[in-house]
Design a protein around this ligand. Sequence first.
Ligand code: ATP
Length: 199
Amino acid sequence: MTKPVLIGLTGGIGSGKTTVSKVFKSLGVPVYYADDRAKWLMANDEQLKGEIQEAFGAESYDDEGNLNRGYLAERVFPDQKQLSQLNALVHPAVGRDFAAWVNEHRAQPYLLKEAALIFEAGSYKSLDKVIVVTSPKEERIKRVLLRDMQRSREQVLAIIDKQLSENERKRRADYLIDNSGKVLVIPQVMGLDQKLRAL
Ligand code: ATP
């Protein structure tokens, strides 16, 4: 049996990655949500938990073994060096988990991996093609502020600043989905689904 084609699905914050992935899902395409899965693995994968404790101290988990997010947010996330060190542990764990997931779905023609930072984190190298969901910056900010009441415009802009520019992402895309609101999304996804099944 041949391996399924592996397709990345990315886009800037608020571009509509999750919205678009749900349309693919409704067509029967399995979707791996890398960012959610990374959080789950930090809380549940025994090997990764051990590595995090070793690198950042026993305080990284509470007495019941739950991830101490407050501690990590205060001590690790603001320090670029420690954050890179944490990412260097989480990435291989997601890689192992993704490989197992691909194996479980090996009968499918293609699989989708949704992640915010496919280009920035280098995971595009292990994917066959990458779809980029696009939407104008102001539209994205507006949607995120509507969705996440706790976030300020400044916080959203700070995240946008850390991500690749929209032009750079578009330049690196194999396929684009326009989610500006001016073009219907479902027909675009259906067309792309046909192309991907034929790869
Ligand atoms: P993040 O990077 O924050 O995970 P995302 O790229 O996955 O975001 P979504 O969560 O799919 O983006 O979309 C952001 C918000 O915008 C959601 O509340 C979603 O319902 C809304 N949204 C997505 N597409 C559209 C659209 N075409 N018109 C209006 N609202 C939309």
